[in-house]
Design a binder for this molecule. Sequence first.
Ligand SMILES: [Zn+2]
Length: 128
Amino acid sequence: MQATSNDIIFGRCRIILPWPDWESSTHDEESQIPRQGRAMTYPFSFIINKNAKTARFSSTSELPYYDTTLSVCDCFDFQERGLPCKHIYRLAVELGVIEIVNRASKEFSIKGSKRQRPQKIWIVTQIS
Ligand SMILES: [Zn+2]
């Protein structure tokens, strides 16, 4: 049985489509995980251009908008760190490249391998 890409999770990112702009291990870094969460919870509005794979995010902060692609973003966070920001993650979600999943524990996230499923626990009762 072959593991499909649907089973690969880095940080909170379930990789659905190839995302060659970043090493998958980038998403597994501790500092990236809060950004993956904020991608889904931050109150921004945005316009997605699915053909160009770009987005324009309006934020509640002082700047009017950020232009975002799967590899770069105008926002301060990206300019400062050069790593995917919440805008990039949200764009990736909207384009169907990744899914943000509930945070898995360290043991649960096995790099590059098939995600383990919870095991069924059978309770056997002895009847005398
Ligand atoms: Zn950004």
